[in-house]
Design a protein around this ligand. Sequence first.
Ligand SMILES: *[C@@H]1O[C@H](CO)[C@@H](O)[C@H](O)[C@H]1NC(C)=O
Ligand SMILES: *[C@@H]1O[C@H](CO)[C@@H](O)[C@H](O)[C@H]1NC(C)=O
Ligand SMILES: *[C@@H]1O[C@H](CO)[C@@H](O)[C@H](O)[C@H]1NC(C)=O
Ligand SMILES: *[C@@H]1O[C@H](CO)[C@@H](O)[C@H](O)[C@H]1NC(C)=O
Ligand SMILES: *[C@@H]1O[C@H](CO)[C@@H](O)[C@H](O)[C@H]1NC(C)=O
Ligand SMILES: *[C@@H]1O[C@H](CO)[C@@H](O)[C@H](O)[C@H]1NC(C)=O
Length: 486
Amino acid sequence: MHLAILVAAVAISPVCSVSFNPLQHSGPASPYFDAPSQDGISPATPTGCVVDQAAYILRHGSRYPEPGSFTGWQALFTKFQNTSYTAKGPLAFIPSWVPPVDDIPHEPLFLSSTGALEAFSLGVDLRKRYQFTKGGENITVWSASQQRVLDTATFFTRGYLSQGNYLTTPSLNRGTIISLPDSVNFTFANSLTPSTGCPTYSTGDTSAVTSTAFRATYQSAIAARLNKFLDGLTLDATDIGVMQDLCGFQTEISGDTRFCHVFEDSEWLDYEYADDLNYYYGSGPGNPFSATVGFPWVKAISDLFALGPGETTPGGNITPPALIMGFTHDNNLPPVISALGLWNTSHEPGVYPLSLTMPNSQRQFRSSYVVAFRGYIALERLKCSATSDEETVVHVAGAAPANVSTSKYVRVRVDHAPVAIPGCTSGPGSTCPLEQFTTYIDTTRATAAGDFVQRCGLQRVVNATGEVTFLTVAPPDIQELLVGLN
Ligand SMILES: *[C@@H]1O[C@H](CO)[C@@H](O)[C@H](O)[C@H]1NC(C)=O
Ligand SMILES: *[C@@H]1O[C@H](CO)[C@@H](O)[C@H](O)[C@H]1NC(C)=O
Ligand SMILES: *[C@@H]1O[C@H](CO)[C@@H](O)[C@H](O)[C@H]1NC(C)=O
Ligand SMILES: *[C@@H]1O[C@H](CO)[C@@H](O)[C@H](O)[C@H]1NC(C)=O
Ligand SMILES: *[C@@H]1O[C@H](CO)[C@@H](O)[C@H](O)[C@H]1NC(C)=O
Ligand SMILES: *[C@@H]1O[C@H](CO)[C@@H](O)[C@H](O)[C@H]1NC(C)=O
């Protein structure tokens, strides 16, 4: 009886409606979810193929607010408390709402429990997905050094390694995190935060203007609609921005989805588009220095894929594991999209560059599908056998398994969903033949990116570099953190 009531209550909740979930349209405030496959390619590894090498660059997991946005939450709370008013309908809860931060000196900026779970789960998922690591083997990962990023790397590594009993065997089943300086200007391209290593990049970032102008087109109308549910209190455009952010944030921090129910579907789509503009023109393909900044990591991975797992580049003193993990911040993911040439071309005319005023539903560039918390861009190298499903394979008792001829391919997955590489989809499951991929990177994409040192205006800067070498050459003064079970 009680259960039936509970089920009914859940079923009527708009957040649970299968048709529209605001948590999947909240851009960088979305807790992690698997993005839908926009290119219609199955996320499963194609039949006849195995992944033998993979590289991930990912945003840290869900977190508490930045201090700046937390100030906005506190101002909203004060506004809701410091006036006499009546509220009804979707706003009936606001007199009793309190911001979901209950330890102000320690929580803002840092990972939440949901963020820790997202990181741990990815570790579990990738251990199972690839089966690269035998029981007891160590793994090394790379991370930018802000605490929430390191914590994401740590929880990931715990999830990845956690199995068996190695408590008394400290030489086995250990994780090493190579911690790289975070958001500094002296490591240039050789960093997981190269956006701050390229001085011209900020001049190409027009996100503040473009997203602010778009928000101004819809926030006041939402405030006017909601003010009909209030008597004695008036919401303004600023309040709407904070309240929409609180859907994603409060859900991941405390599980409270009340702000998600306040807004209509079209209001969420406008909110999402403001974030799309923010990332497209800030760190993505609409910033002329975006591909420049993202290219060095892509080039380093392309070179390692050409060599294959268990190999290092000439002059390298580290052999990266088959699974190459890099932990960073939201703004360093769209540059990788740009460097790969994704989400910026369309058969439909007029989709790109994104319109400043009219969202086009044909666009593939969606902030929610890449910079959600713990969002990632993954490159996978696949080995596919020439045998098809229909072919009969003969095994002779006691004989070594016959060598099946294999070809190598690459595919990109963004928040789980495979994304087609433009002009290179002839392999199984729309994958790109490896040699064609490395040529695409070394020619078309290298040209689009340009030379990092030159385009970033670093020609006269001592030690400036346009290459990612940290994966294969241990940087000086490297900080290594150990992750173990004891
Ligand atoms: C509450 O409102 C009063 C009157 O508008 C104002 O003077 C006071 O500063 C407000 N208090 C806070 C904590 O915002
Ligand atoms: C694994 O890592 C531990 C801790 O750094 C180290 O002592 C050990 O030698 C490593 N084992 C292997 C097989 O690399
Ligand atoms: C790095 O930042 C410092 C401090 O703002 C500045 O003095 C220096 O010139 C910058 N270096 C480069 C290469 O931009
Ligand atoms: C994205 O497309 C726009 C419009 O065609 C173009 O100007 C821009 O250079 C492209 N960006 C990248 C990174 O390819
Ligand atoms: C398969 O390939 C390996 C390595 O190239 C070789 O040593 C082995 O003899 C081959 N086995 C068969 C059955 O051809
Ligand atoms: C350049 O690199 C060398 C070697 O790592 C270092 O000693 C020197 O301080 C660096 N110079 C600058 C200006 O960063």
